[in-house]
Design a protein around this ligand. Structure first.
Ligand SMILES: [Mg+2]
Ligand SMILES: [Zn+2]
Length: 212
């Protein structure tokens, strides 16, 4: 009992060194894009994903999934279903020698669905709420971190949190890239997560991006 209390006091009193993270969008980045995915049998990891995650983790990055799941607000599935799917994803990654450190999801939608999930929340990407929460929970160095995703909202959330945003061309990535270029924005773009991870680990990412 005493030990537990002392340990808590110790850890809250000491300055904890900040760690770099890679924030990861889920659908279209880690796994095949499926409309309102919630069933484990529809979960298909994209090629090279376990290897890429293992390499990033080996290099010292904390791996955090940040995913918008408005299917909860819309009543398509429950928060427990999202958590079950994330547990299944983690099991598959562990079986392949990889793992994620944390999962954060936003169950809300600003205009559509059921209470209490219909709300203009701070966690739905393009806002940075989930990244900021993870940074506080896990002692992350946002300026040394990356956000990888296939949609503009992923890049916007990354920029808003002070991270370096990377677009992947899996999922909705190609459409997102077309729209961004139409707006005169040239994001840092990679074929898939494996290519993005390779660039991060080999210094192939520009230090700043105008994607927002
Ligand atoms: Mg996505
Ligand atoms: Zn939210």
């Amino acid at each position: 009992m005493t030990c537990k209390v002392l340990k808590e006091v110790f850890f809250t009193a000491e300055a904890v060194p900040l760690r770099p993270a890679v924030f990861l969008d889920r659908d279209g980045t880690l796994n095949e894009e499926v409309d309102y995915l919630w069933r484990e049998e529809d979960l298909r990891l994209l090629p090279g994903v376990p290897q890429a995650l293992a390499a990033l983790r080996q290099a010292g990055f904390v791996l955090v999934v940040v995913t918008n799941q408005s299917g909860v607000a819309r009543g398509f599935f429950e928060p427990a279903d999202v958590e079950r799917l994330h547990a299944a994803m983690q099991r598959r990654l562990q079986a392949a020698g990889a793992a994620l450190d944390a999962f954060y999801f936003c169950p809300h939608h600003p205009t559509t669905g059921r209470p209490p999930y219909v709300q203009d929340c701070a966690c739905r990407k393009g806002r940075p709420g989930m990244l900021l929460q993870a940074a506080a929970d896990l002692h992350l160095d946002l300026a040394a971190s990356y956000m990888i995703g296939d949609k503009e909202a992923d890049l916007q959330a990354g920029v808003a949190a002070g991270c370096r945003p990377l677009l992947v061309l899996t999922g909705y990535g190609a459409e997102s890239l077309r729209r961004l270029r139409h707006q005169g924005v040239e994001p840092c773009v990679f074929a898939d997560l494996a290519a993005a991870a390779h660039a991060i680990l080999n210094g192939g990412c520009p230090p700043a991006s105008t994607a927002s």
